[in-house]
Design a protein. Structure first.
Length: 435
C-alpha cells in the first residue's frame, strides 16, 4: 500500500492524564474503564467541563526527580504532559532513568495557549526598576519554560535527556494527529527508532464563560449576516455534549494530555515489547475555502484524506472508524456525507463512534486519544459506545453505537479522524499488530 512504505511503525505504550471519576485517567486500563462504559467525566459549574485534579503529591510520585527550581514554574500543560509521557514510557517498558530514550523523537501537539497567558502577562507587567534580582530570575525561568506553545516539548525533552528531534505542531484539534504522522514518517525513514507523541491542552474556564456570553449577544446579529459558507455559532456550552445524537447542539471542553509511544517494529521486537497495533499512514487536507473558520459540509476533502492514506487497501476492509465529532452538527454532517461517499450502501453497517463525551473536547490530545482508544478496541475486539448518544440523528449514514455498552467486532484495520477549525481534516490508518 502506498501509505505503508518503509519500516513498520508500531504503538507500544499508552499514557494519559485525563479527567476521571474521583481520580484522573492515567493508564490504558483506566482509559478503557471509562470509554467502554460511555461514562462522562464532565462536571458542571457554570458550564460542563472536563477537569483534571492533579495534586502536587500525585504529580511528584509520577514524575520524580524534577528540580523544584524548574517544576515550581510548570503550568498545568507541563504537568499533564509530563505525567502522560511517563505513563506511556512505563506502559511501553521504556526506562527513562536508564537513558533508553536518549535518541528518541519527542513530538508535541498543542492547540491552545491558555496555559501560557499568566506567565506571559507576569513578564509583560513586571517593572525592571522594582523587581529584585531573585524575582527577575524566577520570572525569566517561568517565561522561558511557559511563554511559547513549544513549552511542553521543551520540558519533556529535558526529562528524557533526549538528543533526538524535539518540536511542537499547532494544528488545533488535529495537532497530535499530525505529529503521529510525522513520527511514522521518521520511523519509516529510519531517522529514529522511537518517537513519543503527546497531545496536551488546557482551556481557561473564564475564557469559555466569556465566549459563551459573547455568543449569546452576537447570535442574532451573526445570523442576519451569515452566508451559506459560514458556520453557525453554537448557542452554548452549558448543555451536555451529545455527538451523533439528534439533540446535539453544543460542545463541552476538557483538559488533559495523552501520549503514545511509537517504535520501529525491529526495535520493539528486540525489546520484546507488547505491540498494540500499527500506524500505517496519516494524511492531512483542507477544504480550500476562503473563509478561515468554515468547513465544507460535503466532506469531500475528508474523503480525499482517507483515499490518500488507504493506498491500495479496500475501504471495505476498514470496519471501524473513530470519529472526531464533538457535538457540532456541522462536523456530524461532513462526517456522515464522507462515510456515505466512501462506503456507499455498506455505510449502514459501519461502526463509527466518538468518546469525546467522556472527557470533553480537549483539543490537541484528540489525535493521540483516538489512536489509543482505537487500538484498545481492536485489541479487545469491542467497539466503545458513543458517549451521551442515546437517540441517533436521522442524517447519519453509519451506526454510532448508542448507549453505554460495547459492541463486539473483530477488525484488523481502522481509521481515526481529527479536524481543525477552518476545514483541516486528518485521517490516520491503523492496523492490528500483524507479523
Amino acid at each position: 500500500m502506498t501509505g505503508m512504505s518503509g519500516r513498520d511503525t508500531v504503538v507500544t505504550g499508552i499514557g494519559c492524564c485525563l479527567p476521571g471519576l474521583g481520580r484522573p485517567v492515567f493508564s490504558a486500563d483506566d482509559l478503557w474503564g471509562v470509554a467502554s462504559r460511555g461514562v462522562s467525566s464532565l462536571s458542571r459549574s457554570n458550564s460542563f467541563y472536563g477537569s483534571v485534579s492533579l495534586p502536587d503529591g500525585v504529580f511528584g510520585e509520577r514524575v520524580p526527580d524534577v528540580a523544584p527550581f524548574f517544576s515550581r514554574h510548570y503550568t498545568d500543560a507541563h504537568r499533564f504532559g509530563l505525567v502522560s509521557l511517563m505513563e506511556a514510557c512505563d506502559d511501553a517498558d521504556l526506562d527513562v532513568r536508564a537513558g533508553e530514550l536518549g535518541d528518541a523523537a519527542v513530538l508535541v501537539g498543542r492547540g491552545g495557549i491558555d496555559a501560557n497567558v499568566a506567565s506571559y502577562l507576569a513578564v509583560l507587567r513586571a517593572d525592571p526598576e522594582v523587581v529584585s534580582a531573585s524575582e527577575a530570575l524566577e520570572l525569566f525561568v517561568a517565561a522561558e519554560q511557559a511563554v511559547t506553545p513549544s513549552d511542553v516539548a521543551l520540558v519533556q525533552g529535558a526529562l528524557l535527556r533526549s538528543r533526538g528531534p524535539n518540536f511542537t505542531v499547532s494544528c488545533g484539534c488535529a495537532s497530535s494527529a499530525v505529529q503521529i504522522g510525522n513520527a511514522r514518517r521518521m520511523i519509516a525513514a529510519a531517522e529514529v527508532d522511537v518517537a513519543l507523541v503527546t497531545g496536551v491542552d488546557v482551556f481557561s474556564t473564564v475564557l469559555i464563560g466569556n465566549i459563551q456570553r459573547l455568543l449569546r449577544g452576537a447570535q442574532g446579529t451573526y445570523e442576519a449576516l451569515r452566508s451559506d459558507d459560514m458556520p453557525a455559532l453554537l448557542p452554548s456550552f452549558d448543555a451536555l455534549m451529545r455527538p451523533y445524537d439528534r439533540r446535539a447542539d453544543c460542545i463541552n471542553h476538557g483538559e488533559g494530555s495523552v501520549t503514545v509511544a511509537l517504535e520501529s517494529r525491529e526495535h520493539a521486537a528486540r525489546r520484546g515489547a507488547h505491540v498494540y497495533g500499527r500506524v500505517l499512514g496519516q494524511a492531512t487536507t483542507r477544504d480550500g475555502l476562503a473563509n478561515p473558520l468554515a468547513s465544507d459540509e460535503t466532506g469531500a476533502e475528508l474523503v480525499s484524506a482517507v483515499r490518500r492514506v488507504l493506498g491500495d487497501l479496500d475501504i471495505a476492509d476498514v470496519r471501524y472508524v473513530h470519529g472526531g465529532s464533538d457535538g457540532n452538527v456541522v462536523v456530524t454532517a461532513f462526517e456522515s456525507n464522507a462515510i456515505g461517499e466512501l462506503y456507499g450502501a455498506g455505510a449502514r453497517d459501519l461502526l463509527m463512534t466518538s468518546q469525546e463525551g467522556c472527557f470533553g473536547h480537549n483539543g490537541a490530545p484528540a489525535g493521540a486519544l483516538g489512536v489509543a482508544l482505537t487500538l484498545l478496541m481492536m485489541e479487545r475486539g469491542e467497539v466503545c459506545p458513543t458517549a451521551n448518544c442515546e437517540q441517533p440523528a436521522g442524517n447519519l449514514t453509519f451506526d454510532p453505537v448508542p448507549g453505554v455498552h460495547t459492541r463486539l467486532l473483530d477488525f484488523d484495520y481502522a481509521l481515526s479522524f481529527n479536524y481543525q477549525v477552518g476545514g483541516v481534516k486528518s485521517a490516520i490508518l491503523l492496523g492490528s499488530p500483524g507479523e
